[in-house]
Design a protein around this ligand. Structure first.
Ligand SMILES: [Fe+2]
Length: 740
């Protein structure tokens, strides 16, 4: 046992030393063209179809197309052959090489990896691949000789894998052949994907990791030096899992379902006394003596009010990540390839001890109901999540779903299907947030060094008087600025955003448009930020980078001024009397270019590149913000804030004249707005869409209502009826239809 720990130490340290900034990713060459093809084919509003999730819903209904195509052509046609799969026994993250020879090579030919393996048309129709790759990317002469080899980087999915060839892309997908060889994991019970998360108690963090269900005695141990692990106490982990029935709808609980394995959670205690130090930990199954394949190191952040010894409190912030990999394959569906660079770039800084915490403000993995994605995503995340505290807030792609009476986490603010039926459950179970966050009320705050961090949920009611609003006021009122002189506030959808996604051509706002949300946030949340002197607000959702002025109620309170230090230009704010706002929605998700050419006065900078923000609380009165491009590791924008020490100068901004937030006497008076009752139909700023007064009469068996309609439609029609917000998909009876 001691010998194996020693070997692990050597392996783990050499891995850290060998780490470098070798950054690469591939352009997402198919994605936009196929989306636009889908828009055109189905004539849908491009605000309805915003990503591949919708693309597959509308254009690639797996079951329907499979049924249709399998009847057209001979099954297992030998003109398409997978000639070799190697190796066939692998460990997590190993590369599998899949070779093929196709006699009718076309651009739309692709290889799918299924796990567990599938064999029949019925099995293929009932699930989706865990990864896929395009045949013409596997051989330079593919169009001539039909030959190629594709690399599949496989994370341990706790089940075997087989490979299938399809032609016809996704819209005309035709099954062609199946691999004779299958891949199995040497050990389905590998101990994987550590992430260290704050609990709310500053003395206790949680190490969360994934394993097979055969782990019966999950334990974690930590030590000050790696050699000390062999004799350390084993801390027992509690276990959790995500059941198919926990999830709320399509595709998460149907074709997208994939068991995410056992979730093990063990407490790291005594962390107050470990601040600013490096600790080492391992975890595994004590019963079978199965341990993580390396010793992990964790950088304990500074306690509240403390600085690291040789540098400022340093935070990494970004939104909208997704997942990428270094192979030829894409997860199903594919989204956020550039996240691979962000993870590597931030991970490198983490390995160098430069970072105290990472705060990922929503739109996390973009699994949106294709659950195997979470395994790939959490493996990608480990360079960051295993070694510093990892904070998240939920975005629309984790949370949003239609209200279901028996599932409290579905009480989200916006109607929509953006979570793909996940309704927050995978996000909050796999990446638990600090107290008091729960799946139904995912908001929290936490102190790291000189910074009080806040995570709000823009996906849950935040209007004046709502539970979240009351919590926020209470939290802000309780911040001791003599301990944490800086407040960094985060949520997913932007409070200030230069976006063309506002009113539609008829001048009507969609309730969840960027501008409608911005207006609502400014009306209800901004007064609290102003009242309690929040220094920095950051958000995402729109996949762009924007730096705004110190701004209040849509008006500039202070523009930044250029300040040159050592040849570098900083956009400086000297004692600003309002919050400086940011959008940093480019962790890795597809870039968005829907910025208005005419900038609002408060929008100082816009760029559309992938990267993250480095925030450094230099001391009690000086904070810097640098925006780093992931692929080059270059700082492309700099901002700084100087404030008077709030412990001596007060904890409120001065009241600027001409702002209603101040009131006539310079005091803050919130506008009390009744909290609407959540329903299927409820969305803010959309009063014309009212709840149906009484439910329409039930439909006969085999038919169902579409949302916003009292008419009955045959269930099968729903698949091809994109004019409705929510469709009856794959339902065979009225009771099935009601599930949606
Ligand atoms: Fe989003």
């Amino acid at each position: 046992m001691k010998f194996s720990i020693f070997l692990l130490l050597i392996l783990s340290l050499s891995a850290i030393n060998a780490d470098s900034l070798t950054l690469n990713y591939r352009e997402q060459r198919y994605e936009r063209a196929e989306l636009f093809e889908a828009y055109e084919a189905f004539g849908v509003d491009d605000h309805i179809i915003q990503n591949e999730f919708e693309f597959f819903r509308y254009a690639g209904d797996i079951k329907g197309l499979m049924d249709q195509r399998l009847s057209d052509r001979k099954l297992w046609d030998d003109k398409y052959i997978i000639t070799n799969v190697t190796p066939t026994k692998i460990n997590s993250e190993d590369m599998v090489y899949v070779s093929y020879k196709n006699s009718w090579p076309e651009r739309g030919d692709w290889i799918a990896a299924y796990s567990p393996p599938v064999y029949t048309a019925e099995e293929i129709a009932a699930t989706v691949p865990v990864k896929f790759a395009w045949c013409d990317e596997g051989g330079p002469e593919y169009h001539v000789n039909g030959e190629g080899t594709l690399k599949f980087n496989m994370t341990n999915l706790r089940a075997g894998i087989n490979f299938h060839i399809f032609s016809g892309g996704f819209r005309k997908m035709t099954h062609q052949n199946i691999s004779a060889q299958e891949v199995t994991f040497i050990n389905n019970n590998e101990q994987l994907r550590p992430r260290v998360l704050a609990t709310g108690d500053p003395d206790i963090y949680t190490v969360v990791w994934s394993s097979d269900y055969t782990t019966k005695k999950p334990v974690m141990k930590w030590a000050w030096i790696p050699q000390g692990l062999g004799t350390q106490t084993e801390y027992h982990a509690v276990t959790d899992s995500i059941k198919q029935s926990d999830l709320c709808g399509f595709p998460a609980n149907s074709i997208g379902w994939h068991d995410m394995g056992q979730i093990n959670k063990a407490n790291l205690t005594g962390m107050k006394d470990a601040s600013n130090q490096k600790i080492y930990y391992t975890f595994g199954d004590a019963e079978t003596d199965t341990w993580s394949d390396k010793i992990w190191e964790f950088h304990v952040p500074p306690k509240a009010g403390e600085q690291p010894p040789n540098r400022p409190t340093t935070l990494v912030l970004f939104d909208d990540l997704g997942r990428g990999s270094n192979d030829d394959a894409w997860t199903w569906y594919h989204y956020g390839a550039a996240s691979f660079n962000t993870t590597k770039s931030v991970g490198y800084r983490v390995s160098q001890g430069e970072i105290d915490a990472v705060y990922h403000g929503g739109d996390i993995s973009y699994a949106v109901g294709y659950e195997a994605v979470w395994d790939f995503f959490l493996s990608m995340l480990t360079p960051m999540s295993a070694s510093v505290l990892y904070f998240t807030t939920v975005g629309n792609h984790e949370a949003d779903w239609f209200h279901m009476a028996d599932k409290p986490s579905t009480t989200t603010f916006y109607t929509g299907h953006d979570s793909g039926g996940e309704c927050s459950i995978p996000a909050v179970k796999l990446l638990p947030q600090p107290a008091p966050a729960t799946a139904a009320a995912p908001w929290w705050s936490y102190d790291v060094g000189l910074v009080h961090f806040i995570g709000m949920s823009t996906e849950h009611n935040f209007t004046t008087g709502s539970p979240q609003w009351k919590w926020l006021e209470q939290d802000l009122a309780g911040v001791d600025r003599s301990v944490t002189p800086w407040i960094v506030f985060g949520g997913h959808r932007s409070m200030y955003i230069n976006s063309a996604y506002g009113p539609n051509v008829k001048g009507k706002y969609r309730a969840n448009s960027d501008i409608a949300v911005s207006n609502l946030m400014i009306e209800h949340v901004e007064p609290l930020l102003w009242k309690y002197k929040v220094n920095l607000g950051f958000y995402g959702h729109m996949h762009t980078v924007q730096r705004q002025s110190a701004v209040l109620d849509h008006k500039v309170v202070q523009k930044s001024q250029p300040r040159v230090i050592d040849g570098l230009t900083w956009h400086h704010h000297e004692d600003p009397q309002a919050t400086v706002q940011m959008t940093i929605g480019t962790g890795g998700a597809n870039l968005m270019f829907n910025t208005n050419a005419t900038q609002p006065a408060w929008n100082e900078m816009t760029m559309t590149k992938w990267g993250y923000a480095l925030v450094k609380a230099v001391n009690r009165t000086y904070l810097t913000w640098e925006w780093v491009e992931s692929s080059t590791d270059k700082v492309l924008d700099r901002m700084s804030i100087a404030q008077k020490d709030p412990s001596t100068d007060g904890v409120a901004f001065n009241c600027p004249s001409g702002f209603k937030v101040c009131g006539s006497e310079g005091t803050y008076e919130p506008t009390v707005v009744p909290t609407p009752t959540p329903s299927h139909y409820w969305g803010p700023n959309e009063p014309t869409v009212l709840p149906t007064p009484s439910p329409p009469p039930p439909c006969p068996p085999g038919m169902s209502h579409h949302w916003h309609s009292s008419e009955c439609y045959p269930c099968s029609v729903g698949k091809y009826n994109p004019g409705y917000e929510h469709e009856c998909i794959a339902c065979d009876s009225l009771s099935d239809a009601k599930k949606y």
